[in-house]
Design a protein around this ligand. Sequence first.
Ligand SMILES: Nc1ncnc2c1ncn2[C@@H]1O[C@H](COP(=O)(O)OP(=O)(O)OP(=O)(O)O)[C@@H](O)[C@H]1O
Length: 339
Amino acid sequence: MTVAAPHPAASGVVTVPALEVRDLVVRYGSGRKARNAPPAVDGVSFDIAPGETLGLVGESGSGKSTIGKALLGLQKPSAGTVRVHGQDITGMSLKQRSRQVADLRVVFQDPYSSLNPSRTIGQTLVEPLRLMGIGAAEALRRARAGVESVGLPGDAVDRYPGQFSGGQRQRIAIARALVCEPKVVVLDEPVSALDLSTQAQVLNLLADLRDQRGLSFLFIAHDLGVVRFLSQRAVVLYRGQVMETGPVEAVTQAPRHPYTVALTSAAPVPRPAEQAARRAAREALGMGTAGSAQASATGCPFVPRCPLSTDVCAEQRPPLRLVGDTPTACHHAERVPAL
Ligand SMILES: Nc1ncnc2c1ncn2[C@@H]1O[C@H](COP(=O)(O)OP(=O)(O)OP(=O)(O)O)[C@@H](O)[C@H]1O
């Protein structure tokens, strides 16, 4: 099994982050109703160092993909900034980005819908290079090298997506992302549509490419086992907010926030006693047992035995936040002295 590479920041050398996200807020829709609704992403901040992989985890609907879309310019942020190697790209249009921001690319979840079925692999890979002003012959040479770098034959450029398996298509999607030689790649659930053995192959390929090229990954996933395999650090999201962040081993093996405990309890661990404790934590928090954790609609999803329902709580926000080493107050506990 591939082991996550050491965190580059461990060397003590101060570097400009490959990706810097500050106080990101994203609201969908417009008008008063949208303004009054809780944002899909609510003040999220994180950095990714050069060569580092950051796992972004959370239950379905927690805002993971919305963050990915905001980084890529597919969804306009309501507030906050996004910098790639120090360059502020927050307000850039998609057109500007395609010319200027070759540093940031994406691999989407679904290898079947993310490639245009009517275009050859070569046409798909050449397009972003041509937008960057690279000549046709050189772009085709790079496209061939790109498919070879993900373990496919160079003549794959003459074929169509329908002629490849799901795993091969995901390799092609990775080649498309890397052909522009980006520094940062957003991987939005890149293996969750693949069967288990293909998942392992694609994860190993991603780890190899990252280590060879010094890439930084934002690895969006709901499967904590997969996140642990590739990431050095993890950010746990709930309802658009960061609940906990830290080294991936600490977050997955010794989570500090009750929500993370509940989320991790769905992932198998080698020690039965720990598994049982985590299962109990999930039950205490009123969360489901499947991989996608669901908070209880009634009853506080954060504090065991808290009698306040999310309907009653005026804050309508997670009561306890643990970011870095700085826990903030539990609003629910302030209101319920008996806790
Ligand atoms: N186009 C949209 N219009 C309105 N609301 C949206 C839109 N896309 C997402 N949302 C809402 O934003 C919130 C975050 O959704 P998002 O897709 O980012 O979550 P996620 O963590 O990626 O979930 P999943 O793991 O299921 O993909 C959810 O409440 C969702 O309903």
